[in-house]
Write a protein that binds this ligand. Structure first.
Ligand code: SAM
Length: 289
């Protein structure tokens, strides 16, 4: 099958199968070979690697991944794409194609069933409507993975890598930076996709830390605190945490802990670094009911 990374060949495949793009699945297919090479390079794939591709589409990037990797497991939700993928990926003996919703796949079990004995490298041109849930699920479920190299909306890529004091700083920045080192790799204009999305895109690589950069006694509690702090951005941290109702702490307890940390009662979560959230979470965890 000819290289699919251009308008002509992609249009031909879609025409042959009378495939209709589904907006609900975030289908914007890559039609730029140069960008495909850059993504594969950014993911640092070798023949030793097993790559998990989320949403192969018509297989454009999958073909490049299969050339570079030892194995590729591609998970596609849209059943109309499966016969197309069976044809476009037929020449490659190292691809396992699964028809499934990635959010419902037990990745730990999949990795065992497939006999994968080293951490995955995840590579994807992600459907924008579920970028954050997919990335959070991949990290929080603790499946063995080494890195995630993904195309996301540029605005989301920016949110992943900023620190306190910027408007984009939030729960996603903290979660990503707790689990991984984020690095922006390539900015991708809308003209590289079919159909063109309304936003610019960015490829970002998240390399998982061997150990998180901060010591946290209860990871789930840390993220509950982080979410509560940013849910009500305009409120003080104390009000945000108490109003959340699921943290098991009273207003007095939060104020007390902030005092022990040398902080004012009116402090806001958006000024907190990851280190400070970790300390707050550990201290509140010890006094909560
Ligand atoms: N990888 C292809 C490319 O680069 O041309 C397609 C990328 S397109 C932005 C996103 C793909 O993810 C589509 O093929 C879509 O059907 C698929 N997809 C959307 N939601 C999914 C989910 N929950 N699980 C698996 N695949 C999904």
């Amino acid at each position: 099958m000819a290289n699919l990374g251009n308008y002509k060949n992609t249009a031909e495949v879609l025409q042959k199968y009378q495939f209709r793009m589904q907006k609900k699945y975030g289908q914007n297919f890559l039609i730029d070979t140069n960008i495909l090479h850059k993504i594969v390079e950014a993911a640092q794939i070798t023949k030793e690697d097993c790559v998990l591709e989320i949403g192969p589409g018509i297989g454009t990037m999958t073909q490049h991944l299969a050339e570079a990797a030892g194995r590729v497991i591609a998970v596609e939700i849209d059943k109309e794409l499966i016969p197309i993928l069976e044809e476009t990926l037929a020449p490659y003996g190292n691809i396992t194609l699964l028809h499934a919703d990635i959010l419902k796949v037990d990745l730990q079990k999949l990795s065992e069933e497939q006999g994968i004995d080293r951490p995955f490298k995840v590579v994807a041109n992600l459907p924008y409507y579920i970028t954050t849930p997919i990335i959070m699920e991949l990290f929080e479920s603790h499946v063995p993975l080494e890195s995630i190299t993904v195309m996301v909306q540029s605005e989301v890529a920016d949110r992943m890598q900023v620190g306190p004091g910027t408007k984009d700083y939030g729960a996603l920045s903290l979660a990503v930076q707790y689990f991984a080192k984020p690095e922006v790799m390539v900015r991708v204009p809308a003209s590289c996709f079919m159909p063109r999305p309304n936003v610019d895109s960015t490829v970002i690589r998240l390399t998982r830390h061997d150990n998180p950069p901060v010591e946290v006694e209860d990871e789930a509690y840390l993220f509950a605190i982080v979410r509560a702090s940013f849910n009500q951005r305009r409120k003080t941290l104390v009000n945000g945490l108490v109003n959340a109702g699921n943290l098991g702490v009273s207003k007095e307890q939060v104020e007390d802990v902030l005092g022990q940390m040398g902080l004012s009662k009116t402090v806001r979560g958006e000024t907190f670094t990851l280190e400070r959230f970790a300390e707050l979470s550990n201290r509140l965890g010890r006094v909560k009911g």
